[in-house]
Design a protein around this ligand. Structure first.
Ligand code: NAG
Length: 397
C-alpha cells in the first residue's frame, strides 16, 4: 500500500483550476490551440479535463494512488499491483490523463534531480557496468558509451540515435541493452519510457503485419509523448517483418526542423540481431591466428566485412531495409565471440550475484560445459555466456 497520501494542497487547487487557467477560458480560439500544442503538446487535452476527471471519479483515492506511484515510485510497495502495469489496468483515457497530469506536475515540482522522475542518465554507472560486468567486448563497450553519451548530451539532436548490435547469442547484446535501460532510467526496463519488443513474441504472424504496424507506431508515438527521452529495443531484429522495418523509418529519420518542439526529445533505438555474427567470428579468428591480441582488435578491422555481410544477407529483410539503405542506423556494433576465460568470468559473476561462494574449480567446470568452436581451434563458446546463471545451480552445496 501507499505510505500515506502526500498530495500538497496547491495541487488540489490546481486540479480544480486547470480548465480555467489563463488563456483557456471556454473553448480555445483558433490559432491559440496550435500555439499551445507547440508549447508541449498537453494543452488541447486539458480542455474539459475537469469534467472528465470528475466523471471518471478521477480524484478518487485509487486515482490519487496511481498518480502518486507514478511520480514517487519509491512510495509504492514493489509487490503492490497498483504500482506497475499501469497502462494495462486503467481505462485508456484514464491513463492518458494520468500521464498528462504526471508530466505537468513534474514540470513544476522537482520529482527528482533531472526534473523528470524517471530519467537518470547515469553515465558513471553505465561506464562502470560496461567495464566491470560485460566481458570480452571492448569494441562494443567503447562505441556504445560514446554514442549514447554524445546523443544524450547533444542539446537538440536532429535525429533519433539508432544502434544495431550484432553477434552470436550469449555475447552480451541483451545484457548491454539492459544496462542502458538501467542506467538511463530509474526503473530500468520497467520504466514507462522504455519499451522492448521481441520480434517473434510481439509480431509472430506475418498476416497481421498491418495491425502490428499500427500498434507499433502507435506505441512509439504514445511513449514519445509521455517521455522526453525514450528507449526502444528490438530483439531478434533480423526476424522483423520488412514492413515493420519500413514503418520505423520515419521515427529514425531526421526531424523536420519546423516540427521541433519547445522541449528537445531524444529517442534511442536498439536493434539486436545475430546477423553478421559468423563473419565477426571469422575475422576475429583470423586476427587471433595471425597473432594479434584480442584487446587490440579495432572496429576498423571488423567493419568492412561485417557491414558488407549485413547488407548482403538474404535470409533477413534487415540489411535491405530502409533503415540500413538510407543510413538511418548510426552505428553497427559488433559483439565478439567469447572465449573460455570470458565464460569463466560470467560464471564468477553469477556466483557473486547470488552472494554465493565459488571455487576456481567450479568456474572451470562450468566453463567446460559449453561447446567451443570451430572444431579445430575450440576457441569460441558457441552459446557465449548464455544461461550460465542456471548452470551454477549444479555446483551449489
Ligand atoms: C550511478 O551509478 C553508480 C554505479 O552503479 C552508483 O553508485 C551511483 O549512485 C549512481 N548515481 C546516481 C545519481 O544514481
Amino acid at each position: 500500500m501507499l505510505r500515506g497520501p502526500r498530495r500538497p494542497l496547491w495541487l488540489s487547487f490546481l486540479l480544480l483550476l486547470l480548465p480555467g487557467a489563463p488563456g483557456h477560458k471556454g473553448a480555445a480560439r483558433p490559432g491559440e490551440g496550435s500555439e499551445q500544442r507547440g508549447a508541449g503538446g498537453a494543452w488541447p487535452a486539458f480542455q474539459g479535463l475537469k469534467e472528465r476527471l470528475s466523471a471518471a471519479g478521477a480524484l478518487s483515492a485509487r486515482y490519487w494512488a496511481l498518480f502518486s506511484c507514478q511520480v514517487w515510485p519509491e512510495d509504492c510497495e514493489e509487490d503492490e499491483v497498483v504500482a506497475k502495469p499501469l497502462g494495462w489496468n486503467l481505462p485508456r483515457l484514464g491513463q492518458q490523463y494520468l500521464d498528462i497530469l504526471t508530466r505537468w506536475y513534474c514540470r513544476f515540482q522537482d520529482c527528482c534531480d533531472s526534473g523528470d522522475c524517471r530519467i537518470s542518465n547515469n553515465f558513471t554507472g553505465l561506464e562502470s557496468d560496461l567495464r566491470v560486468r560485460l566481458h570480452g567486448q571492448h569494441v562494443a563497450r567503447e562505441l556504445v558509451l560514446r554514442a549514447v553519451r554524445d546523443h544524450v548530451e547533444t542539446p537538440r539532436p536532429d535525429k533519433a540515435l539508432a544502434l544495431s548490435f550484432h553477434g552470436w547469442s550469449g555475447t552480451g547484446k541483451n545484457f548491454v541493452a539492459q544496462m542502458l535501460a538501467e542506467n538511463l532510467y530509474r526503473d530500468g526496463l520497467r520504466s514507462d519510457c522504455v519499451k522492448a519488443f521481441v520480434a517473434m513474441l510481439h509480431f509472430p504472424h506475418p498476416k497481421y503485419v498491418e495491425l502490428y504496424k499500427e500498434q507499433l507506431t502507435g506505441q512509439i508515438r504514445e511513449i514519445q509523448q509521455r517521455c522526453p527521452q525514450t528507449l526502444f529495443i528490438f530483439d531478434e531484429a533480423e526476424k522483423l517483418h520488412p514492413e515493420l522495418l519500413e514503418a520505423l523509418g520515419p521515427y529514425l529519420g531526421r526531424q523536420d526542423p519546423q516540427s521541433y518542439k519547445a522541449e528537445p526529445s531524444r529517442t534511442i533505438f536498439l536493434f539486436l540481431s545475430n546477423l553478421g555474427g559468423n563473419i565477426i567470428n571469422e575475422v576475429v579468428l583470423n586476427l587471433l591466428k595471425a597473432g594479434q591480441s584480442r584487446e587490440e582488435i579495432t572496429m576498423e578491422q571488423l567493419e568492412p566485412q561485417f557491414q558488407a555481410e549485413i547488407l548482403e544477407s538474404t535470409d533477413s529483410g534487415f540489411g535491405h531495409s530502409r533503415l540500413v539503405k538510407e543510413s538511418l542506423i548510426d552505428f553497427f556494433i559488433p559483439f565478439l565471440p567469447l572465449e573460455y576465460r570470458h565464460v569463466r568470468l560470467c560464471a564468477r559473476d553469477a556466483f557473486l550475484n547470488q552472494e554465493l561462494q565459488y571455487t576456481e574449480e567450479a568456474l572451470d567446470e562450468i566453463a567446460k560445459m559449453m561447446v567451443y568452436v570451430p572444431k579445430e581451434e575450440q576457441l569460441f563458446s558457441s552459446q557465449g555466456c548464455k544461461s550460465i546463471s542456471q548452470r551454477i545451480n549444479y555446483f551449489l552445496p
